[in-house]
Design a protein around this ligand. Sequence first.
Ligand code: BDP
Length: 329
Amino acid sequence: MNRRNTVIAATCIALGALGAITAGAAHAQTVLKAADVHPAGYPNVVAIESLGKKLEAATKGKFKLQMFPGGVLGAEKEVVEQTQVGAIQIARISLGVLGPVVPAVNVFNMPFVFRDEAHMRKIIDGPIGQEILDAISASPARLVALGFMDSGSRSLYTKKAVRKIEDLKGQKIRMMGNPLFVDTMNAMGGNGISMGHTEVFSALQTGVIDGAENNPPTLFTSNQYTAGIKYYTQTQHLIIPEIFVMSKVTWDKMSRDEQAQVRKFAREAQLEQRTLWDKSVAEYSAKLKAAGIEFIPIDTKPFYDATASVRAKYGAAYADLMKRIADTK
Ligand code: BDP
């Protein structure tokens, strides 16, 4: 089955399940379709499934979450669109792909905007994080932001070693679909090419790209490390939180109490994911090393300096917010 057929098949299964459950239940049951590009067992997937189980119990089965992992409902760009129109009810995506839809979130998508992961957590857990969630929900995007998740930092992985910034010159590197990221890669000397996560594996195999960038759990669980990748250069140029959102179409049909339950379980899901996340970074870094991927420590300063123009271009409209982030210790 090609990917389109897989998507169609998955959608049919989803619709079939919805009919069967509705017919069999004592009261009408609403199936909440949840999408994630990551496979079953990945921290984000597990945490959203927990949210679903709790919601099902709390509403005595009125809502039932059905998880579609592994990108079967499409790439994140399409998943966002489907969620906006209410065809998907819960989407767990990278904040990266929301930038073109809700420009305010691009502050968090900026290269080196956070000093490190601890700084990023401080921000998403505090008032600035809440402002960004509110900005998403208040935007015309028809999405209700439920919470952030951790995604560590993104570093470069390539077939040819990058031991200094000059080694990146001319290498074709896949970036997420947001012009900000293509600009970031180009500023660092590479050749940024945007495509969806599920296309990266074959693009590596066919030589359309020479590398990509992501966190260790994604590099491992997507199998991309088996497609000619030999090096993981720890540039940590992007520290982008994940986000999970509910379709406003679905949200508006829920009672106040149900919305409060969703908020409560979303908060718990965020915390659960963080615990699982920390374990998974250690676990998958070890697995990558065991599989022969060489981790290259690198001075990040040249990468920081090279991307100043990107922060200037995309940060100009958000200078105050950028300063508040920098001032947060
Ligand atoms: C992963 C994110 C996922 C993105 C993927 C990507 O968890 O949401 O789709 O990166 O690079 O780290 O597209």
